[in-house]
Write a protein that binds this ligand. Structure first.
Ligand SMILES: [Zn+2]
Length: 77
């Protein structure tokens, strides 16, 4: 009987410790920084870059630079 109470006490103590412990590890899994935003790839050279840095054209295509946009439009027409 004494052993049983001891086990319950240990279990209660473990439960209390787990409950009281701040969930620090949870904060590490925060959302990614803003730098990892929506990534697009250049239609000309296929390099990946964030959408905000990309140059978009009509028909939903993205380019890493104005130069590649010109090269792409020139080569396809
Ligand atoms: Zn490019």
């Amino acid at each position: 009987m004494g052993k049983f109470i001891f086990c319950v006490a240990i279990a209660a103590l473990i439960y209390w410790v787990i409950k009281k412990r701040p969930h620090k590890h949870k904060e590490k899994t925060k959302k990614f920084p803003d730098s990892i935003e929506n990534m697009v790839s250049c239609a000309y050279c296929d390099v990946h870059l964030p959408e905000s840095d990309a140059i978009s054209s009509h028909n939903n295509q993205f380019f890493c630079s104005q130069e590649h946009r010109n090269l792409y439009t020139n080569s396809s027409f």
